[in-house]
Design a protein around this ligand. Sequence first.
Ligand code: UDP
Length: 239
Amino acid sequence: MGERRRIVLKMSGEALASSASDETIDASMVERIAVEIARARDELDLELAVMVGGGNIWRGTTGAGAGMDRATSDTMGMLGTVINALALQDALEHQGQVTRVLSAVQMAEVAEPYIRRRAIRHLQKGRVVVFAAGMGNPYFTTDTSAALRAAEIEAEMLCKGTHGGVDGVYTADPRLDSSATKYDEVSFMEVVSKDLRVMDLTAITFCKDNGLPIRVFDLMGAGNIMKALGGEPIGTLVR
Ligand code: UDP
């Protein structure tokens, strides 16, 4: 039996929010994403771990900007990601996936603690792993956490699904500059030197140092999760 490909999918918390209403978590959005994740995992027979963000609930910088202690505010953000992880778990299980939420902040009644070997074991058994609470440290983002976990579990790729309508890496922000063009492929160095804002710098340099390629794609487009996880040339490959 051949080895299955192992991939980490990063999705922003905002992908779970409603664009139409002001729902923090829109069950129909969560379901839509869960359907796509489940289909991709089954058809591609992947080992799949998902890192979910928390920006729909709270961002550490929001509180810090308003005078809160940064570490406290970041902890609130991490707890937000746990709420999202549970929503995603619920939706994935409705799609017939066996899932485990592994939290970087201990919360024994709610989720298993993140233990690297346990995460790998779940993946080998065909369970979808949902990482909650980022990496458990303030001052970091879930993008950096996704990169860290991908390296730890020896994933071959990090797939970063965007939600704001930007479907890859552009020469400039396409929402502000109509002459911006999309890269099919771009190097880590270029992303850093041109400040291309794919992910935060900490995440990018971590991926560079550890040779972890990133596929940036539009999470919300129908069929896109399947294409990205399947290694099709969608969005932009950073490597
Ligand atoms: N966070 C943190 N450490 C981590 C991961 C996340 O402190 O390891 C906090 C941070 O305050 C961040 C918030 O959790 O703003 C939500 O995560 P993020 O902004 O990455 O979510 P996304 O933008 O992907 O929805």
